[in-house]
Design a protein around this ligand. Structure first.
Ligand code: PLP
Length: 401
């Protein structure tokens, strides 16, 4: 396992990162603060703010409803952004897929559970639910199970197995648990607490060619390359606001090959055109910045933090305690590190860290019941974060040991 060392990060990407960081007004405007909560929501680059301003001052109208220029331009924006999402997700056969805009990952997952899943499942089918992942990727499936039970259709929920040592899915145990009636698998690309890449490319082998795989990519889109062609999944769901776009934007990408076509029901009304304009600009910005380099940068910072924490007795890292190198074939840690002080409660630790300028997330992180319950603090990174911020954080954490 070759570690992504901080010096390599610094030497190879330092200038690239400095130029990108300079494009985030909220970051450069507050040099005394370090924003370490990007898994909750990400900051926006100037290009996204400008795209919103341009749209609202030069072409704001409703989409698919008018015959004048602004309305037509808005319709084009919406259709163009659908294609943008498809391309961003590495879809090499967009004619076989659909993109549906949502207000975020939660609504995306609920829409699949409410409008698609009931028409797909039959009495006696099984669904795999990742019950140590984010609640947004658990509750919709349990709700669908309850709704179907009310209609006399019994669906069995199979808990996704996890490896205790790393927090990764246990793909071998999943293969043993999955049978011919396992027709739907909900999974997460990057775990929002453990920070691990969940090796979802192994799911298809574990569950067979016919099961539908639904991927919650809330913590991966914009952080690392996401390729639906390589992952062989059927749904990808993400939040725009975690991918540098405005809150209230997000999308479901649906492959449309296994099971009925995904066509959310009901009158959906006016789309969030401003959010869609921001999403197009965010995806353009991310692609120009280079998502692979963003991954190398944030994984490098996370490795530096995990390695530093291993020297501090007072702390433990949730999930895998190792830095998990970016080119590991075992598992990769992305830009999320969740730590616990053995004696200081997470809310108190968050409060103390903020007194030093660090904005982190404390509490149970909306994790499902199978997750670890005791309070911890999550540090989550994006391209604007720096080696200096990590080193400063480590020295403050050391002073609290
Ligand atoms: N899934 C994961 C893995 C998340 O981390 C989050 C939010 O933190 C969500 C889903 C829900 O996203 P949103 O609140 O944007 O709908």
């Amino acid at each position: 396992m070759t570690a992504v060392t901080a010096p390599a990060v610094r030497d190879g990407l330092h200038q690239w990162q400095q130029a990108l960081r300079a494009q985030f007004p909220i970051i450069t405007g507050h040099p005394e603060l370090a924003y370490l909560d990007s898994a909750a929501t990400a900051q926006k680059p100037r290009a996204v703010l400008d795209a919103v301003q341009t749209y609202l001052t030069t072409g704001n109208a409703n989409s698919a409803r008018g015959t004048y220029t602004w309305a037509n331009r808005t319709t084009e924006l919406v259709e163009r952004t659908r294609e943008r999402v498809s391309r961003f997700l590495g879809d090499d056969r967009p004619e076989c897929s659909a993109v549906h805009f949502t207000s975020g990952a939660t609504e995306g997952l609920r829409t699949i559970a409410r409008d698609w899943l009931p028409g797909f499942l039959r009495d006696g089918d099984e669904i795999v639910v990742p019950d140590a992942d984010h609640r947004a990727n658990i509750e919709p499936w349990l709700e669908a199970q309850r709704l179907l039970a009310g209609a006399g259709v019994r669906v069995r929920v199979v808990p996704m197995p996890y490896q205790r040592s790393s927090g990764d899915y246990d793909h071998r145990a999943l293969a043993e648990r999955a049978g011919p009636r396992t027709r739907f698998v909900a999974a997460t690309h990057v775990h929002h607490v453990y920070g691990g890449d969940m090796n979802v490319h192994r799911l298809r082998g574990a569950v067979g060619p016919d099961a539908v795989i639904c991927l919650d990519a809330a913590q991966s889109v914009g952080h690392l390359p996401v390729s639906v062609a390589e992952l062989d999944v059927d749904f990808v769901v993400f939040s725009g606001h975690k991918a540098l776009a405005l809150p209230g934007s997000g999308a479901v990408w649906a492959r449309q090959e296994r099971g009925p076509a995904f066509a959310p029901g009901g009158w959906s009304g006016t789309p969030n055109t401003v959010g869609i304009a921001s999403l197009e600009a965010a995806l353009d910005w991310l692609e120009a910045a280079g998502v692979e380099r963003i991954e190398r940068w944030t994984a490098g910072l996370a490795a530096r933090l995990t390695d530093g924490l291993r020297r501090l007795e007072a702390y433990e890292v949730l999930g895998c305690p190792l830095s998990l190198a970016a080119d590991s074939t075992v598992q990769r840690r992305q830009g999320i590190v969740t730590l616990r002080h053995r004696a200081v409660e997470s809310g108190d630790l968050g409060f103390v860290l903020f007194s030093h300028g660090f904005m982190v997330r404390s509490d149970n992180h909306c994790q499902g019941d199978a997750g670890e319950k005791t309070g911890s603090v999550r540090v989550s990174l994006h391209v604007y974060n720096t080696v200096e911020e990590i080193d400063r954080l480590l020295s403050v954490l050391a002073s609290l040991s």
